[in-house]
Design a protein around this ligand. Sequence first.
Ligand code: ADP
Ligand code: MG
Length: 248
Amino acid sequence: MNKLLSVKNLNKVYYNKKDEIEAIKDISFDLYEGEFVSIVGPSGCGKSTLLNILTNMDNLTKGNIELKENLKLGYMLQSDSMLSWRKVIDNALLSLEIKKEKTEENIAYVKDLFKKYGLLEFMDKRPFELSGGMRQRVALIRTLALKPDILILDEPFSKLDYQSRLKVSDDVYKIIKEEGKTALMVTHDLAEAISISDRVIVLSDRPCTIKNIYKIKREKEGTPIENRKDKNFANYYDLIWKDLMFHE
Ligand code: ADP
Ligand code: MG
């Protein structure tokens, strides 16, 4: 297997005027090409901090991050943060604009993604005219516009209601697979993590350490919705739930 990313003994401490907050303690894991890995952990344990460090939006205190050379990370945040006055297509082109990569070729690629994923007729609408699920797909396309090798997702479905969350996680999963991307997703929803992932990394309370890493085995690979019906699903749910509930 082709290792794309390696996190080694990562530590993060926030230093304030008065005190220090230890957010991450000695986390190590690898990410391989084509994998979908989820990270679950209690709220406030340091999940977003970890992703911010991986994407260079924050710095680490101790440890190492090794990214295979020339690979690009794409970061999709919890909020779709669309500019309300801009057309949906112009929102999707925003990341290219910021990076000064808004070439004809890249614009064509984004339009192609709109077409492929059922959004063509919404290109010229404003964000408020779209459902929450559509906006998440647009946010994903905006991230894909920069052609990242690894997608980093921070609770991408948490703002959606339960019904659309299931549907949108199926859609997002299909797009990520279809486009051949590797994904690392943070969520606090363990059913979501188990149903979408090849592996699930379970974190402890803050400062977060790795409690367990589960390789998710299924009778048959399906979409996240189908995977919820797999006979091993309840068993993983039980195991991870116990990891999250019981502290030593
Ligand atoms: P999660 O995403 O798991 O809910 P976060 O990574 O956002 O948690 O936060 C982990 C801990 O680090 C929290 O206790 C939070 O208050 C603290 N923290 C996050 N960002 C900062 C910061 N910039 N300065 C100080 N403390 C922070
Ligand atoms: Mg967070």
